[in-house]
Write a protein that binds this ligand. Structure first.
Ligand SMILES: [Zn+2]
Length: 162
């Protein structure tokens, strides 16, 4: 017999509204727009001394804090070779070919990713969750899945295993 335990957390608070634009097909760049993203997370692993895979409340609160850090922000890719982010005093000036945008720094989050696709955002959420578990010296799960919906019925899913 093989058994495996997972916990899944999906809350109304795991929603963030954010602006972005992505590059695609080599030389295309979307117009600035936004989404009401919705996320869920699952972690799997052996049961601990409390017979938990992971403490639901800790998972909920840590994930909610990460989600909140993206809410009502402009999401910018910090590792794109096509979209460039320039420091312009209180603003980030963002350029793509001859186009440019300027955003107050405090309204942006620059993420260590090459494109703000839903796939890479889901991955960033998961890696950030693992980093925060590490910081809090929580036991890492053996597997994790982050689900991120950018529009009704359009989900990206990132699976990780230790
Ligand atoms: Zn979009």
């Amino acid at each position: 017999m093989a058994e495996r335990y997972k916990v899944r957390v999906e809350k109304d608070t795991f929603v963030f509204s954010a602006g972005h634009f992505i590059t695609y097909d080599g030389d295309h760049c979307e117009r600035l727009h936004g989404h009401n993203y919705r996320a869920a997370v699952e972690v799997a692993g052996p049961l601990d001394e409390n017979h938990y895979v992971f403490d639901f409340i800790a998972l909920r609160d840590i994930f909610a804090a990460i989600i909140a850090s993206l809410d009502h922000r402009m999401l910018l890719p910090g590792q794109s070779d096509k979209i460039h982010v320039h420091d312009e005093s209180s603003n980030w000036k963002v350029t793509y070919k001859e186009r440019f945008w300027s955003f107050p720094k405090e309204e942006c989050v620059i993420l260590p990713i090459s494109n703000t696709t839903t796939e890479l955002l889901a991955r960033w959420l998961g890696l950030e969750l693992i980093a925060r578990f590490d910081n809090k010296e929580l036991r890492l799960p053996s597997q994790m899945t982050v689900h991120l919906e950018e529009n009704f019925g359009q989900w990206a899913v990132w699976d990780w295993s230790a």
